[in-house]
Design a protein around this ligand. Structure first.
Ligand SMILES: NC(=O)c1ccc[n+]([C@@H]2O[C@H](COP(=O)([O-])OP(=O)(O)OC[C@H]3O[C@@H](n4cnc5c(N)ncnc54)[C@H](OP(=O)(O)O)[C@@H]3O)[C@@H](O)[C@H]2O)c1
Length: 341
């Protein structure tokens, strides 16, 4: 029997969270109810909370519940769910940001009990809840962008003759993009802060250049041509640099952020909420591979080095302060917390 559910409700845009007793949702057909033991704060959540960002979050009404990824233990399963039972340790992403208010309240992850569609849930074996949430959202972002949208292959299928440029590899998404591209078999060139050089090499980068260098584009040119280009920082300077490196032939790059950036006509920027693609039926092939095959392997076989993390005590009550630190760029790595605390 589930205990009293508590949600960190966002009463209105950019207002302090209100920890509120709410009903525990019952899993409907194809859904799983998860007792939530771990969430990681993502920059997206921090931007919604502290800057009223309305892009990828797509909140249509308030109160709302933030967060789209969690790790925990299955409490109950709905009709027709196969492969999961009460007691399974799992990681999941949810449709909290799908733009449907009723779905947001049931699937928002900043609460003790969360509903997820069974198709975006994976068992985690003996991996810790922290390790599971540290990879699910940002690794999925990187792999969806590189594999599903830029057409990079699966691990072990690529050639070292094909070069990949990961710009802004210092963050979680960038660090995972480096590791995925390397695992596919490509030669990976990155831009990162100079202090991150040794770590980037240990993740698989062949060359690490400082993105703050004034002549960074000229420094990168001899390392190319690049078959795949991705910016893990997504800022306008990175988008313009990748567009310049695609000249004269033109081509595509993927970016974690959009924005109103003027780009040459022969360059296509691929931007969307990559972290949410498993929620869209049109990407079912990717989702089924991600949750049914790749993510469980990543967790049980330790295929990637997770980013570092800090755990905050205080459960949902710690969210406001912790998200502010993330928003202000004070954290390196991820902040995680346990909503049951
Ligand atoms: N489209 C999507 O689906 C999606 C999904 C996830 C994240 N995102 C977005 O992607 C961005 C990164 O997310 P994350 O989870 O990787 O964040 P993160 O782990 O917090 O990474 C932040 C790190 O990125 C580096 N960085 C910051 N600004 C930079 C810049 N202008 N140029 C190059 N590197 C820079 C910094 O490392 P150094 O100081 O070492 O350089 C910083 O510590 C966020 O804006 C987030 O909202 C989008």
């Amino acid at each position: 029997m589930a205990e009293q559910n508590i949600a960190a409700l966002l009463p209105a845009p950019s207002t302090p969270l209100s920890l509120t007793a709410v009903p525990t949702p019952a899993p409907e057909k194809g859904e799983v109810l998860i007792k939530n033991y771990c969430i990681a704060i993502q920059p997206l959540d921090a931007k919604i909370l502290h800057a009223g960002y309305t892009g990828a979050g797509n909140l249509q009404s308030f109160p709302a519940v933030l967060g789209t990824s969690l790790a925990g233990v299955v409490e109950a399963v709905g009709e027709g769910v196969e492969g999961f039972k009460a007691g399974d340790r799992v990681v999941a992403d949810t449709g909290a940001y799908s733009g449907v208010p009723e779905k947001n309240l049931r699937q928002g992850c900043w609460q003790k009990y969360v509903i997820a569609g069974a198709k975006s849930v994976a068992k985690i074996g003996d991996a810790s809840f922290e390790q599971a949430v540290l990879v699910d959202f940002p690794l999925q972002t990187a792999v969806a962008a590189l594999h599903n949208f830029l057409g990079m292959g699966k691990p072990g299928t690529g050639s070292a003759d094909e070069k990949v440029l990961i710009w802004g590899a210092g963050g979680a998404v960038g660090s995972y993009a480096v590791q995925y591209a390397k695992s596919v078999g490509h030669t990976v060139i990155v831009t990162a802060s100079a202090r991150d050089t040794d770590r980037q090499k240990s993740l698989g980068a062949s060359a690490v250049l400082d993105y703050k260098s004034p002549d960074i584009v000229e420094q990168l040119r001899p390392h190319g041509p690049f078959r795949y280009l991705f910016t893990g920082s997504g800022d306008p300077a990175s988008q313009k640099a990748l567009a310049a490196l695609l000249q004269p032939a033109g081509g595509s790059f993927a970016s974690v952020l959009g924005g109103d950036v003027e780009l040459p006509e022969n360059v296509t920027r691929v931007y969307l909420p990559f972290s949410q693609v498993s929620q869209k039926e049109e990407h079912a092939v990717f989702r089924d591979w991600w949750y049914g095959d790749y993510l469980p392997k990543v967790l049980t076989e330790g295929l990637v080095q997770p980013v570092k993390f800090e755990k905050r005590e205080g459960g949902l009550g710690a969210l406001w302060g912790a998200t502010k630190e993330v928003f202000e760029g004070k954290i390196r790595g991820k902040v995680v917390l346990n909503p049951q605390d």
